[in-house]
Design a protein around this ligand. Structure first.
Ligand code: GAR
Length: 210
């Protein structure tokens, strides 16, 4: 089974989707550990309930991003993961971190990338008058939210929606496509090849089709 380490900062509903699906016929992976930069992340409770090892690496205890990332890498590597999953992990990672895990580090971002990198994605989609919002799973590179996309899901923006309503609609999709992408990786079907993600040896489009 493919060994996953999952990094969180908050609620961990994506983590829960991984926990629920891990080890079934379609998801040949196991969650070996959950790491958080915040001691109060609810996802830590989800992990503990599932009997998964947890650790907190508090970014506030470090002088700079480099020393935080080095401590985080040491914690992660102790679990010898095949794949590292960013699941609502709200820290910007250094180049030495992203290079260390290149090709085995995935993120989910709550927008139809390349639209709306960074924060407040659904509010920005609303403000722009977009008809849809969504989420993107991508390989992580040094460029923030800029790595090769793997899979996207979109949802309609409906009359009367606020950002929270859109976020809730998108999360349901996140919980489907993120474990799916990790399953592809676990089955050896998905890899990073230069600037592109490759699925079953076919290059996926280099930018999302937002
Ligand atoms: C998710 O919507 C995820 O896409 C987003 O944070 C939320 C975490 O929810 N990630 C980012 O914004 C990364 N920049 P969760 O803790 O319930 O999985």
């Amino acid at each position: 089974r493919c060994r996953l380490v999952v990094l969180i900062s908050g609620s961990g509903s994506n983590l829960q989707a991984f926990i629920d699906k891990a080890g079934d016929a379609e998801h040949p992976f196991e969650v070996c550990a959950v790491l958080s930069n915040r001691a109060d992340a609810y996802g830590l409770e989800r992990a503990a309930k599932a009997g998964i090892s947890t650790a907190v690496v508090d970014h506030k205890a470090f002088a700079d991003r480099d020393s935080f990332d080095r401590a985080l890498m040491a914690k992660i590597d102790a679990f010898e993961p095949d794949l590292v999953i960013l699941a609502g992990f709200m820290r910007i990672l250094t180049g030495s971190f992203t290079r260390h895990y290149l090709g085995r580090l995935l993120n989910i971002h709550p927008s139809l990338l390349p639209k709306y990198t960074g924060l407040h994605t659904h509010q920005r989609a609303l403000d722009a008058g977009d008809e849809s919002s969504g989420c993107t799973v991508h390989f992580v590179t040094e460029e923030l939210d800029g790595g090769p996309p793997i899979v996207q899901a979109s949802v309609p923006i409906l009359p009367g929606d606020d950002a929270d309503a859109i976020a809730a609609r998108v999360l349901i999709k996140e919980h489907i496509i993120y474990p799916m992408a990790a399953a592809w990786f676990s089955e050896g079907r998905l890899r990073l090849d230069g600037e592109c993600a490759q699925l079953d040896d076919k290059a996926l489009p280099a930018t999302g089709q937002a």
